[in-house]
Design a protein around this ligand. Sequence first.
Ligand code: BQF
Length: 293
Amino acid sequence: MKIIDGKNISNLIKEEIKVEVDQIISNGERPPHLAAVLVGEDGASLTYVASKVRSCQQVGFNSTLVKLPVDILEKELLKKIQELNNDDNIDGFIVQLPLPDHIDEEKILLAINPNKDVDGFHPTNFGKMALNMKTFIPATPFGIMELLKRYDIETKGKYTVVIGRSHIVGRPISILMNSKGNPGDSTVTVVHSRTKNIENYTKNADIIISALGIPGFVKNEMVKDGVVVIDVGITRVKDSNHPKGYVIRGDVDFDSVKQKASYITPVPGGVGPMTIAMLLKNTLLSRSLLKNY
Ligand code: BQF
Protein backbone atom coordinates (compact mmCIF):
# COMPACT_ATOMS: atom_id res chain seq x y z
CA MET A 1 0.00 0.00 0.00
CA LYS A 2 1.25 3.45 -0.95
CA ILE A 3 -0.03 6.60 0.70
CA ILE A 4 -0.57 9.36 -1.87
CA ASP A 5 1.13 12.41 -0.40
CA GLY A 6 -0.93 15.33 -1.66
CA LYS A 7 0.80 17.76 0.65
CA ASN A 8 4.16 16.92 -0.88
CA ILE A 9 2.92 17.04 -4.50
CA SER A 10 1.15 20.35 -3.83
CA ASN A 11 4.42 21.80 -2.54
CA LEU A 12 6.25 20.58 -5.67
CA ILE A 13 3.60 22.23 -7.86
CA LYS A 14 3.90 25.47 -5.91
CA GLU A 15 7.67 25.42 -6.44
CA GLU A 16 7.13 24.90 -10.18
CA ILE A 17 4.70 27.82 -10.24
CA LYS A 18 7.15 30.01 -8.32
CA VAL A 19 9.81 29.36 -11.00
CA GLU A 20 7.38 30.55 -13.67
CA VAL A 21 6.40 33.61 -11.66
CA ASP A 22 10.08 34.56 -11.23
CA GLN A 23 10.41 34.23 -15.03
CA ILE A 24 7.43 36.53 -15.60
CA ILE A 25 8.85 39.11 -13.21
CA SER A 26 12.35 38.97 -14.72
CA ASN A 27 10.71 39.71 -18.08
CA GLY A 28 9.50 42.95 -16.51
CA GLU A 29 5.91 41.78 -16.42
CA ARG A 30 3.37 41.84 -13.60
CA PRO A 31 2.93 38.62 -11.60
CA PRO A 32 -0.41 36.75 -11.69
CA HIS A 33 -3.12 38.26 -9.48
CA LEU A 34 -5.86 36.19 -7.81
CA ALA A 35 -8.80 37.77 -5.99
CA ALA A 36 -11.11 35.92 -3.60
CA VAL A 37 -14.55 37.11 -2.55
CA LEU A 38 -15.70 35.96 0.88
CA VAL A 39 -19.28 36.67 2.00
CA GLY A 40 -19.74 36.35 5.76
CA GLU A 41 -17.46 34.78 8.35
CA ASP A 42 -18.11 31.03 8.21
CA GLY A 43 -15.23 29.35 10.05
CA ALA A 44 -14.30 26.77 7.40
CA SER A 45 -14.63 29.32 4.57
CA LEU A 46 -12.35 31.76 6.41
CA THR A 47 -9.76 28.99 6.77
CA TYR A 48 -9.93 28.06 3.09
CA VAL A 49 -9.68 31.64 1.86
CA ALA A 50 -6.80 32.42 4.22
CA SER A 51 -5.00 29.37 2.92
CA LYS A 52 -5.50 30.53 -0.67
CA VAL A 53 -4.14 34.00 0.08
CA ARG A 54 -1.14 32.55 1.94
CA SER A 55 -0.40 30.23 -0.99
CA CYS A 56 -0.47 33.20 -3.38
CA GLN A 57 2.21 34.85 -1.27
CA GLN A 58 4.31 31.65 -1.30
CA VAL A 59 4.46 31.54 -5.10
CA GLY A 60 4.82 35.30 -5.64
CA PHE A 61 1.29 36.04 -6.87
CA ASN A 62 -0.52 39.24 -6.03
CA SER A 63 -3.71 38.55 -4.14
CA THR A 64 -6.77 40.50 -3.03
CA LEU A 65 -9.25 39.35 -0.41
CA VAL A 66 -12.66 41.00 -0.75
CA LYS A 67 -14.54 40.52 2.52
CA LEU A 68 -18.25 41.31 2.37
CA PRO A 69 -20.87 41.26 5.15
CA VAL A 70 -23.12 38.20 5.45
CA ASP A 71 -26.24 40.31 4.80
CA ILE A 72 -24.96 41.93 1.59
CA LEU A 73 -27.65 42.27 -1.10
CA GLU A 74 -27.36 40.04 -4.14
CA LYS A 75 -27.20 43.08 -6.42
CA GLU A 76 -24.28 44.51 -4.41
CA LEU A 77 -22.38 41.24 -4.77
CA LEU A 78 -23.11 41.27 -8.51
CA LYS A 79 -21.71 44.80 -8.68
CA LYS A 80 -18.50 43.65 -6.98
CA ILE A 81 -18.20 40.82 -9.51
CA GLN A 82 -18.54 43.28 -12.40
CA GLU A 83 -15.74 45.36 -10.87
CA LEU A 84 -13.49 42.31 -10.75
CA ASN A 85 -14.49 41.32 -14.29
CA ASN A 86 -13.47 44.79 -15.50
CA ASP A 87 -10.23 45.07 -13.50
CA ASP A 88 -7.34 44.43 -15.91
CA ASN A 89 -4.98 43.94 -13.00
CA ILE A 90 -6.83 40.80 -11.88
CA ASP A 91 -6.26 37.61 -13.87
CA GLY A 92 -8.73 35.45 -12.03
CA PHE A 93 -11.07 35.44 -9.07
CA ILE A 94 -13.18 33.08 -7.03
CA VAL A 95 -16.33 33.51 -5.01
CA GLN A 96 -15.92 31.30 -1.95
CA LEU A 97 -18.79 28.82 -1.59
CA PRO A 98 -21.19 28.21 0.03
CA LEU A 99 -23.00 31.57 -0.15
CA PRO A 100 -25.71 32.68 2.31
CA ASP A 101 -29.22 31.37 1.52
CA HIS A 102 -30.61 34.73 0.32
CA ILE A 103 -28.11 34.79 -2.56
CA ASP A 104 -28.73 32.79 -5.74
CA GLU A 105 -25.48 30.90 -6.31
CA GLU A 106 -26.34 30.16 -9.94
CA LYS A 107 -26.85 33.85 -10.69
CA ILE A 108 -23.51 34.71 -9.11
CA LEU A 109 -21.55 32.05 -11.00
CA LEU A 110 -23.16 33.15 -14.28
CA ALA A 111 -21.98 36.73 -13.66
CA ILE A 112 -18.29 35.77 -13.53
CA ASN A 113 -16.39 36.39 -16.78
CA PRO A 114 -15.54 32.82 -17.93
CA ASN A 115 -12.01 34.00 -18.81
CA LYS A 116 -11.44 34.91 -15.15
CA ASP A 117 -13.33 31.93 -13.71
CA VAL A 118 -10.31 30.13 -12.22
CA ASP A 119 -12.62 27.84 -10.21
CA GLY A 120 -14.08 26.64 -13.52
CA PHE A 121 -17.66 26.75 -12.18
CA HIS A 122 -19.22 28.89 -14.96
CA PRO A 123 -21.48 26.80 -17.27
CA THR A 124 -19.36 27.85 -20.27
CA ASN A 125 -16.26 26.39 -18.66
CA PHE A 126 -18.07 23.29 -17.42
CA GLY A 127 -19.30 22.73 -20.99
CA LYS A 128 -15.81 23.21 -22.42
CA MET A 129 -14.42 20.75 -19.88
CA ALA A 130 -17.06 18.17 -20.85
CA LEU A 131 -16.09 18.61 -24.52
CA ASN A 132 -12.34 18.23 -23.85
CA MET A 133 -11.69 21.86 -24.84
CA LYS A 134 -8.99 24.00 -23.25
CA THR A 135 -10.44 25.68 -20.15
CA PHE A 136 -10.20 26.04 -16.39
CA ILE A 137 -10.76 22.64 -14.77
CA PRO A 138 -12.33 22.90 -11.27
CA ALA A 139 -9.47 22.80 -8.77
CA THR A 140 -10.40 19.65 -6.83
CA PRO A 141 -11.01 17.38 -9.86
CA PHE A 142 -7.90 18.92 -11.49
CA GLY A 143 -5.93 18.06 -8.32
CA ILE A 144 -7.15 14.45 -8.38
CA MET A 145 -6.13 14.06 -12.04
CA GLU A 146 -2.71 15.53 -11.21
CA LEU A 147 -2.20 13.07 -8.33
CA LEU A 148 -3.10 10.11 -10.58
CA LYS A 149 -0.68 11.43 -13.21
CA ARG A 150 2.24 12.06 -10.86
CA TYR A 151 1.86 8.67 -9.16
CA ASP A 152 1.63 7.07 -12.62
CA ILE A 153 -1.58 5.24 -11.69
CA GLU A 154 -3.13 3.38 -14.64
CA THR A 155 -6.70 4.56 -15.33
CA LYS A 156 -7.17 3.36 -18.94
CA GLY A 157 -9.74 0.57 -19.12
CA LYS A 158 -10.19 0.58 -15.35
CA TYR A 159 -13.55 0.67 -13.59
CA THR A 160 -13.91 3.90 -11.61
CA VAL A 161 -16.72 4.45 -9.12
CA VAL A 162 -17.39 8.05 -8.10
CA ILE A 163 -19.39 8.50 -4.90
CA GLY A 164 -21.29 11.80 -4.98
CA ARG A 165 -22.65 13.91 -7.84
CA SER A 166 -21.89 17.50 -6.76
CA HIS A 167 -21.28 20.13 -9.44
CA ILE A 168 -17.88 20.87 -7.91
CA VAL A 169 -16.36 17.40 -7.53
CA GLY A 170 -18.43 14.28 -8.32
CA ARG A 171 -19.95 15.36 -11.66
CA PRO A 172 -16.77 16.89 -13.15
CA ILE A 173 -14.40 14.11 -11.99
CA SER A 174 -16.74 11.52 -13.50
CA ILE A 175 -16.51 13.34 -16.84
CA LEU A 176 -12.72 13.72 -16.67
CA MET A 177 -12.06 10.09 -15.73
CA ASN A 178 -14.33 8.96 -18.57
CA SER A 179 -12.75 11.30 -21.16
CA LYS A 180 -9.99 10.39 -23.59
CA GLY A 181 -6.54 10.88 -22.11
CA ASN A 182 -4.14 9.89 -19.37
CA PRO A 183 -5.42 9.99 -16.70
CA GLY A 184 -8.80 9.15 -18.21
CA ASP A 185 -10.16 6.43 -20.51
CA SER A 186 -11.86 4.88 -17.50
CA THR A 187 -15.31 3.28 -17.34
CA VAL A 188 -17.22 5.33 -14.79
CA THR A 189 -20.24 4.81 -12.57
CA VAL A 190 -21.52 7.67 -10.40
CA VAL A 191 -23.34 6.55 -7.25
CA HIS A 192 -25.10 8.91 -4.86
CA SER A 193 -27.47 9.24 -1.92
CA ARG A 194 -30.36 7.63 -3.83
CA THR A 195 -28.34 4.67 -5.14
CA LYS A 196 -29.38 1.27 -3.78
CA ASN A 197 -26.64 -1.04 -2.51
CA ILE A 198 -23.66 1.19 -3.21
CA GLU A 199 -21.33 -1.65 -2.14
CA ASN A 200 -22.35 -3.64 -5.24
CA TYR A 201 -20.57 -0.98 -7.29
CA THR A 202 -17.63 -0.20 -5.00
CA LYS A 203 -16.76 -3.91 -4.56
CA ASN A 204 -16.01 -4.11 -8.28
CA ALA A 205 -14.18 -0.79 -8.55
CA ASP A 206 -10.51 -0.53 -9.51
CA ILE A 207 -10.60 3.12 -8.49
CA ILE A 208 -12.95 4.73 -5.93
CA ILE A 209 -13.27 8.51 -5.73
CA SER A 210 -15.42 9.48 -2.76
CA ALA A 211 -16.83 13.00 -2.49
CA LEU A 212 -19.82 12.44 -0.25
CA GLY A 213 -19.14 14.18 3.04
CA ILE A 214 -20.03 11.30 5.35
CA PRO A 215 -17.09 10.45 7.64
CA GLY A 216 -15.96 6.81 7.46
CA PHE A 217 -18.61 5.86 4.86
CA VAL A 218 -16.31 3.66 2.74
CA LYS A 219 -15.41 0.57 4.74
CA ASN A 220 -13.07 -2.40 4.25
CA GLU A 221 -15.88 -4.78 3.23
CA MET A 222 -16.98 -2.41 0.42
CA VAL A 223 -13.73 -2.56 -1.56
CA LYS A 224 -11.66 -5.15 -3.38
CA ASP A 225 -7.97 -5.97 -3.00
CA GLY A 226 -5.65 -3.59 -4.85
CA VAL A 227 -8.19 -0.76 -5.10
CA VAL A 228 -7.02 2.85 -5.59
CA VAL A 229 -8.88 5.08 -3.11
CA ILE A 230 -9.17 8.86 -3.51
CA ASP A 231 -10.85 10.46 -0.50
CA VAL A 232 -12.26 13.93 -1.16
CA GLY A 233 -14.33 14.11 2.02
CA ILE A 234 -13.38 16.69 4.65
CA THR A 235 -15.89 16.84 7.47
CA ARG A 236 -15.24 18.60 10.75
CA VAL A 237 -16.06 16.16 13.53
CA LYS A 238 -16.36 17.40 17.14
CA ASP A 239 -13.44 16.23 19.30
CA SER A 240 -12.95 17.80 22.72
CA ASN A 241 -9.49 16.20 23.01
CA HIS A 242 -8.32 18.48 20.22
CA PRO A 243 -7.25 22.13 20.81
CA LYS A 244 -9.51 23.35 17.98
CA GLY A 245 -12.48 21.33 19.32
CA TYR A 246 -12.76 19.27 16.11
CA VAL A 247 -10.84 16.93 13.83
CA ILE A 248 -11.02 16.63 10.04
CA ARG A 249 -12.32 13.27 8.80
CA GLY A 250 -12.54 11.84 5.31
CA ASP A 251 -15.24 9.67 3.69
CA VAL A 252 -13.01 6.63 3.98
CA ASP A 253 -12.39 4.47 7.04
CA PHE A 254 -8.67 4.86 6.38
CA ASP A 255 -7.20 2.34 8.84
CA SER A 256 -9.35 -0.55 7.62
CA VAL A 257 -9.48 0.31 3.90
CA LYS A 258 -5.71 0.87 3.63
CA GLN A 259 -5.20 -2.87 4.29
CA LYS A 260 -6.71 -3.63 0.87
CA ALA A 261 -5.69 -0.54 -1.10
CA SER A 262 -2.76 -0.30 -3.54
CA TYR A 263 -2.90 3.50 -3.25
CA ILE A 264 -4.86 5.67 -0.84
CA THR A 265 -5.08 9.39 -0.06
CA PRO A 266 -5.04 10.47 3.59
CA VAL A 267 -7.25 13.15 5.12
CA PRO A 268 -5.85 15.67 5.84
CA GLY A 269 -2.90 15.96 3.47
CA GLY A 270 -4.36 14.19 0.42
CA VAL A 271 -6.66 15.89 -2.07
CA GLY A 272 -7.20 19.07 0.03
CA PRO A 273 -3.79 20.68 -0.51
CA MET A 274 -4.01 19.84 -4.24
CA THR A 275 -7.17 21.94 -4.51
CA ILE A 276 -5.18 25.01 -3.50
CA ALA A 277 -2.23 24.19 -5.77
CA MET A 278 -4.47 23.74 -8.82
CA LEU A 279 -6.29 27.01 -8.15
CA LEU A 280 -2.87 28.69 -8.38
CA LYS A 281 -2.16 26.72 -11.56
CA ASN A 282 -5.41 27.98 -13.11
CA THR A 283 -4.51 31.55 -12.16
CA LEU A 284 -1.10 31.21 -13.79
CA LEU A 285 -2.85 29.79 -16.87
CA SER A 286 -5.17 32.78 -16.91
CA ARG A 287 -2.17 35.14 -16.77
CA SER A 288 -0.37 33.42 -19.65
CA LEU A 289 -2.24 31.10 -22.02
CA LEU A 290 -5.92 31.68 -21.86
CA LYS A 291 -6.08 35.36 -22.84
CA ASN A 292 -8.79 34.77 -25.42
CA TYR A 293 -10.58 38.07 -24.75
C1 BQF B 1 -5.90 19.08 3.89
C2 BQF B 1 -13.94 23.07 0.42
C3 BQF B 1 -16.02 22.00 0.94
C4 BQF B 1 -16.72 23.15 0.64
C5 BQF B 1 -16.04 24.28 0.22
C6 BQF B 1 -5.92 21.26 2.69
C7 BQF B 1 -7.98 22.36 2.10
C8 BQF B 1 -8.68 21.35 2.75
C9 BQF B 1 -8.01 20.28 3.33
C10 BQF B 1 -8.68 23.50 1.46
C11 BQF B 1 -12.49 23.09 0.30
C12 BQF B 1 -11.67 21.88 0.62
C13 BQF B 1 -11.84 24.27 -0.06
C14 BQF B 1 -6.64 20.24 3.32
C15 BQF B 1 -10.36 24.41 -0.10
C16 BQF B 1 -10.24 22.01 0.17
O1 BQF B 1 -4.74 19.21 4.30
O2 BQF B 1 -6.46 17.98 3.88
C17 BQF B 1 -6.59 22.31 2.09
O3 BQF B 1 -8.33 24.61 1.73
N1 BQF B 1 -9.71 23.30 0.53
C18 BQF B 1 -12.65 25.40 -0.36
O4 BQF B 1 -12.16 26.46 -0.70
O5 BQF B 1 -14.00 25.34 -0.29
C19 BQF B 1 -14.66 24.23 0.11
C20 BQF B 1 -14.64 21.95 0.82
